[in-house]
Unconditional design. Sequence first.
Lengths: 211, 211, 211, 211
Amino acid sequence: MATATPRQRRKDARPQELLDAALQLFVEKGFAATRSEEIAARAGVAKGTLYRYYPSKDELFKAMVRDNLSVHIAESAAQAAQYEGSIAELLSQMMQAWWAKVGHGNAGVVCKIMMVEARNFPELARFYVEEVIRPSQALIGGLIERGIRTGEFRAVPVEATVHMLIAPMLHMLLHEHSFGEHDICHQTMAAEELLDAQMALLLHGLLANPA
Amino acid sequence: MATATPRQRRKDARPQELLDAALQLFVEKGFAATRSEEIAARAGVAKGTLYRYYPSKDELFKAMVRDNLSVHIAESAAQAAQYEGSIAELLSQMMQAWWAKVGHGNAGVVCKIMMVEARNFPELARFYVEEVIRPSQALIGGLIERGIRTGEFRAVPVEATVHMLIAPMLHMLLHEHSFGEHDICHQTMAAEELLDAQMALLLHGLLANPA
Amino acid sequence: MATATPRQRRKDARPQELLDAALQLFVEKGFAATRSEEIAARAGVAKGTLYRYYPSKDELFKAMVRDNLSVHIAESAAQAAQYEGSIAELLSQMMQAWWAKVGHGNAGVVCKIMMVEARNFPELARFYVEEVIRPSQALIGGLIERGIRTGEFRAVPVEATVHMLIAPMLHMLLHEHSFGEHDICHQTMAAEELLDAQMALLLHGLLANPA
Amino acid sequence: MATATPRQRRKDARPQELLDAALQLFVEKGFAATRSEEIAARAGVAKGTLYRYYPSKDELFKAMVRDNLSVHIAESAAQAAQYEGSIAELLSQMMQAWWAKVGHGNAGVVCKIMMVEARNFPELARFYVEEVIRPSQALIGGLIERGIRTGEFRAVPVEATVHMLIAPMLHMLLHEHSFGEHDICHQTMAAEELLDAQMALLLHGLLANPA
DNA sequence: CATGAATGAGTCTTCATTCAT
DNA sequence: AATGAATGAAGACTCATTCAT
């Protein structure tokens, strides 16, 4: 009958609270510019407490990546494996789903931060590539290949196509978080519409009379 | 009839030399990781001298951004206005040209750094949006519209299409400068091929049998 | 008729267990490098428990020193008082005995640590001087004087002779614990042999033909 | 006609000033307990300045060891090689000279610190062993052997004899710097007298009627 | 009494910036 | 004007100590 004491309950919640605080601050100020003490303060604990849960700022960041990104990739991969039907349809859904869960929420910022700070933290960059980039590319690349095999897609080059699917979303993300703040520059179209339009464009092509 | 002494000539060239040195180093190591002493050293002057020309590292950065942008857009716009023929062809050429001049060269890094530091320099970000982003979007958007008017293109939504053209290039740029270093993650295809493949893909679409 | 419960017995043993753990760790890593949590862990208790028995790391250290010294001197003094026979013989035995009990065992390290930390704990140093150094010198000095009185020894200066007896042992001790670790530097002769040889040397002198 | 400016003159003197300040403080408080800022302060500069001259506290310590030792050994070795006459005499002189130059001066403290900190700096300890301990032992051992060859000394075991010569000096040194401060414990005899007495004792032996 | 979560003062080190020369 | 020695604020991390449970 382990009655969780308030203290114990608090302790269990700490990691997530710290992760949330860190994410918020990284969003606001970037990784490098955020002092570990600030993260602790925002999570309502003292400096030292942060280090009880994460042995360094880097590890905290990695945990944040795992918590916010690695999750969705695995999830999407599982869905994709079971899926039967139009790959184009599936891709559209996945893009929208990704945007809803990641791009729109705070998780998206992790992507931005990673791109922004990658050079300054090579180890983190490596981690991110293995944990997020490669799996994502593998997932989408696999779907493209599947579509080609089933005859749904033309025999397009896979790598380039993966880029064409990923790039617009990341671009929107980066743009949003770089220039979207402070009223510097806003998109006129809603992101979701934009994504739909882009997907349609990519599927059907731009030319009126393709050769 | 002040004949410029060598010393005077040197002095006049200083600001540009410092800007060039700064760009190089920002490219190599990013803004935060570049020490002001290094910039001075690469420009062949002492630490203190840097501060005679730019009152702070931040101001130097801003000057560097201003110095490296708004160059290519006007040029491209002029070319585009004169051009007659296939818009698709023109867009392909412009992409390749932009990549050759900006993406591949050092100027490209300014774009990346700009995204990285946008939040820290809102004023500069605004400048960048007005001076670079909007003109670029206007230029490409105009071409799309022209293509639609002439019947070369389908009646696609312009804004989304502009994104689809810009995003892959910026994505490549960022990827290159974020994960391309330190052998963290390299593209397997050459950038130029990738761009061609993406352009073709966008023009002709992904579906084997578009409705 | 308070029968000591296991708990009570455990509690009574605590101080000594903590002292032992502390000694082990101080031997292994030195005073400063030993974290109080480690001491507690090695003693099989939690960090906080340590502080129920010793109010601070410093106090624990002092207790440890007190616990490990002043034991052997009294013993040796008693033996010496009863002894009848060759003082040279007695001194040899005492040296060997001291080395066996103190120098070789953990207690020896306390001497080393004491020298190292003396300045940081003047009060403790005073205690050590009164409790260990002076009695030792008095004991050995007394034996020298006895030897001189009985005609066994020449009329040598007592203080210098005491030093000549003590120094080699402490030197070996310090050397062992300073440079003996990590294969930095080892004695080639066994300590016991060395002591015997040194004793012989001191007794008979170095000169072939003493005047 | 390079007129050294006050600033330049100051700069040239800095390394030594810092070394001196460090030595003083290490003597007073030990290596670990001395904050780098204190060293700087005692040298009359700001914290950062220290790091212009020594890249870390460890390197500063190493420099200090190098600066204070390995000097006298070579010197003594040279003298010994040229010397002709009584080895006993030579040894006596060398002991006194070493004490005057090293034991009594600050250099002696380096020996003490080295013993104290050896475990924390294995690399440095190795350096010290190679640079100081081994040469010293070789020098003295060689003289003993020479004395034995010439018939001046008995056929004593060399290693033990070396110890007997070195130990009392180091012991005095350590004692002085561990318990000599704060009036904790002072020698009653002057060090020089003590050394002489010890030397005589070692040469002639303790026994009144050696077998 | 025992625990271990939480604390925060303390330490090394970096680097943008200043200013005496 | 140019130099580069000096500065000191700032930040990541450690660990002795406290105290709620």
